[in-house]
Design a protein around this ligand. Structure first.
Ligand SMILES: Cc1cc2nc3c(=O)[nH]c(=O)nc-3n(C[C@H](O)[C@H](O)[C@H](O)COP(=O)(O)O)c2cc1C
Length: 160
């Protein structure tokens, strides 16, 4: 069984979780990056809007081959009550036939319909959602956030 941890992170919190999960699972890891990154305050306007409205954004190296992976962890912050546009765009560009996907979201308020919206994309692309983990960072240290994410995601993957 080979796992890929694909993550998008703007301010590093999701990245810390994704790297720790990959390390624990001895999984491959891939950062999803946008061609035109959101900068400064525009992230709140355009990043939030693109995510909420389900817009597809252009990615660096979008044609990533998932052959050989049977499980994909899709890790992202919640933006605009949705998974961030870059990770949703990545999922839309993937062939997930026969693959299991685990969703990891970090946020500090409310996730809205983020899990449901990303799950719908995964299923449309042929994948099966093996589970989701939503970590609320509020009132937690960075270490607690990473530990919660690793414990829950690893348990889901090893138990599925
Ligand atoms: C543009 C934008 C929109 C956000 N929207 C939400 C939201 O709808 N709900 C929420 O709980 N947190 C929201 N957040 C907070 C992030 O989800 C949270 O800080 C996340 O853990 C950051 O992850 P990162 O460091 O990997 O980028 C938003 C942050 C940004 C920058």
């Amino acid at each position: 069984m080979k796992t890929l941890v694909a993550y998008f992170s703007y301010s590093g919190k999701t990245m810390a979780c994704a790297l720790a999960i990959a390390n624990e699972l001895k999984a491959d890891v891939r950062e999803i990056r946008q061609k035109k990154e959101y900068k400064g305050f525009s992230v709140y306007i355009f990043g939030g809007r693109d995510s909420l409205q389900g817009r597809t954004v252009e990615l660096v190296d979008p044609n990533f081959n998932l052959d050989g992976y049977d499980t994909i962890v899709l890790a992202s912050p919640v933006w605009g009550f949705s998974a961030a546009a870059p990770i949703a765009s990545f999922a839309r560009g993937c062939d997930l036939s026969g693959k299991k996907a685990v969703i990891l979201l970090t946020m500090d308020g409310t996730p809205g319909k983020a899990v449901e919206k990303l799950s719908k994309i995964i299923v449309e692309k042929g994948g099966a959602v093996a589970g989701d983990v939503v970590v609320n960072r509020s009132r937690k240290s960075d270490e607690e956030v990473v530990k919660e994410a690793v414990d829950k995601v690893v348990k889901l993957i090893k138990g599925s």
